[in-house]
Write a protein that binds this ligand. Structure first.
Ligand code: NOJ
Ligand code: NOJ
Length: 493
């Protein structure tokens, strides 16, 4: 199986891993992570109603994107940001980090019962259309201004968060609560995915109307895990049957070396954090390094990681002096101009998280396989790395894994370097000075920090069953399933 044939005379050594300066920078990393983790968790709590100290007026359980009310005004709740944030919190609950989180999660569930029924410019619940509305007022009324809508990732992300909590309930002998309090919400969201996945959507950055890799990837995951969750509850998920069709279309974003995140590309390269964020949110700890679902350790996802990161090396002044194989500050996409078009905390953290995910997968699988496609990624880190299969017991594996870990830590160290003394994480940091830019205390930045450092310490979410969902239909179809939507009610806990 795993060959130990790393037959290079001048073989790779620890000394080739990184410059002394990088190691120096990382020396305070552990202390930073410990301190920032507490601040990040508090930063999230501060932004959730009704008790969040920075978001007065937000309803109970409502996750506000940021307390910033002007330039930019993020004092709204986005279904995407909220779903991703609560996913991180549910993971903490399941990891036993903090059992007092459960009431907060239940408040989120109850808030979504109210939010799902709000008629809005995207539509209503009766035919599901209203579920694609990207954002709401913090008191759970419709936002009626013009916006890039619908954004069809929201229902999938919310379903995945609720399924994670549902699986936690099932594991704690509370299956009936999962069925009464969660399934009606999840059924609406999965119905939406099954019915509307093939219609155009604004991407996660709310800019491009068309098809988005992230949207499709998280939709696929939600239907696969939704089918298993429904089976566990003894109920039917009709929309879930289209999962293979979404997987089929997902393959179309691959250009041979990277993921082209949007169709149309709107004149851009298509190289976009969209892809890396997809990989971390569809990470399955039980998966092989599967290219078809773009698992973090897959050759495709590693090649894409390199192409994505490299696109920012020469772009930002803050990256000056960092050579290939060293972590740099990364943003949404190289052509970005929003708020100055700077590096983002959450994208730099995602670059780290994908690598920690990959390390976990290699460890589980007992080896690292370098292919033609992933070789350029590895040879930036370990100059002599060559195509081959390296068993976990080999010296080469140890060298490669250490190099990847040092590289991943480098992205956290970049975040450390540009985090102000009070630990606040804004949306962006200046490409020229590194100073915080745009919305302050961005909830998603804090959530991204928590999941990245959880992966670094080997803490991972449950499997979503990706290994049962890797068979790509020979021909893609646009099959959809009409959803069944019903008004959910607030259950008692
Ligand atoms: C453009 C930004 O790029 C996008 O991410 C943002 O959500 C919208 N403007 C609205 O502010
Ligand atoms: C702009 C980002 O592009 C989008 O992804 C996010 O949902 C909103 N800001 C709110 O944080």
């Amino acid at each position: 199986m795993w060959l130990k044939s790393f037959a290079v005379a001048n073989t790779i050594t620890g000394a080739a891993l990184a410059s002394p300066a990088l190691f120096q920078k990382q020396s305070g990393l552990g202390a930073f992570i410990e301190k920032e983790s507490a601040l990040a968790q508090q930063g999230i709590l501060n932004n959730i109603g009704a008790d969040g100290t920075l978001v007065q007026g937000a309803a109970s359980g409502i996750v506000v994107a940021s307390p910033s009310k002007s330039n930019p005004n993020y004092f709204y709740t986005w279904t995407r940001d909220a779903g991703l944030t609560m996913m991180a919190e549910i993971e903490r609950l399941a990891a036993g980090t903090n059992s007092s989180l459960e009431s907060l999660i239940q408040e989120y569930v109850d808030s979504q019962v109210k939010q799902q029924v709000v008629s809005n410019p995207s539509g209503t619940l009766s035919n599901g259309s209203g579920l694609g509305e990207p954002k709401f007022e913090v008191n759970i009324t419709a936002f009626t201004g013009s916006w890039g809508r619908p954004q069809r990732d929201g229902p999938a992300l919310r379903a995945s968060a609720l399924i994670a909590y549902g699986n936690y309930l099932i594991a704690h002998d509370k299956k009936s609560l999962a069925k009464t309090n969660l399934w009606p919400l999840i059924r609406n969201d999965l119905s939406y995915v099954g019915q509307y996945w093939n219609e155009s959507t604004f991407d996660l950055w709310e800019e491009v109307n068309g098809s988005s890799f992230f949207t499709a990837a998280v939709q696929h995951k939600s239907l696969v895990e939704g089918a298993a969750f429904a089976a566990a509850l003894g109920v039917a998920c009709t929309g879930c049957s289209v999962a293979p069709q979404i997987l089929c279309h997902l393959q179309e974003y691959w250009n041979g070396t990277a993921i082209i995140s949007n169709t149309p590309t709107n004149g851009r390269s298509g190289i976009d954090a969209n892809s890396v964020i997809s990989s971390i949110h569809t990470f399955d700890p039980a998966a092989a390094c599967d290219d078809v679902t773009f698992q973090p350790c897959s050759a495709r996802a590693l090649s894409n990681h390199k192409v994505y990161v490299d696109s920012f090396r020469l772009l930002y002044a803050v990256n000056q002096g960092r050579h290939a194989g060293q972590a740099v500050a990364v943003g949404r996409y190289p052509e970005d101009v929003y708020q100055g078009g700077n590096p983002w905390y959450l994208t730099s953290l995602a670059a780290a998280e994908q690598l920690f995910d990959a390390l976990y997968q290699w460890d589980q699988q007992g080896g690292i396989n370098i292919t033609q496609l992933s070789a350029p990624f590895f040879s930036d880190l370990v100059p002599n790395a060559t195509v081959g299969a390296y068993a976990k017991s080999s010296r080469e594996y140890t060298t490669l894994a250490q190099a990847v870990r040092a590289y991943a830590d480098g992205f956290i160290a970049v975040v450390q370097q540009y985090t102000p003394g009070d630990g606040g994480l804004a949306e962006q940091f200046s490409r020229s000075t590194g100073d915080p830019v745009s919305a302050i205390d961005l909830t998603w930045s804090y959530a991204a920090f928590l999941t990245a450092v959880a992966r670094r310490s080997g803490s991972v979410p449950d499997t979503w069953g990706s290994s049962s969902a890797t068979s790509v239909p020979g021909q893609c179809s646009a099959a959809t399933v009409p959803g069944s939507y019903a008004t959910p009610t607030i259950g008692s806990w």
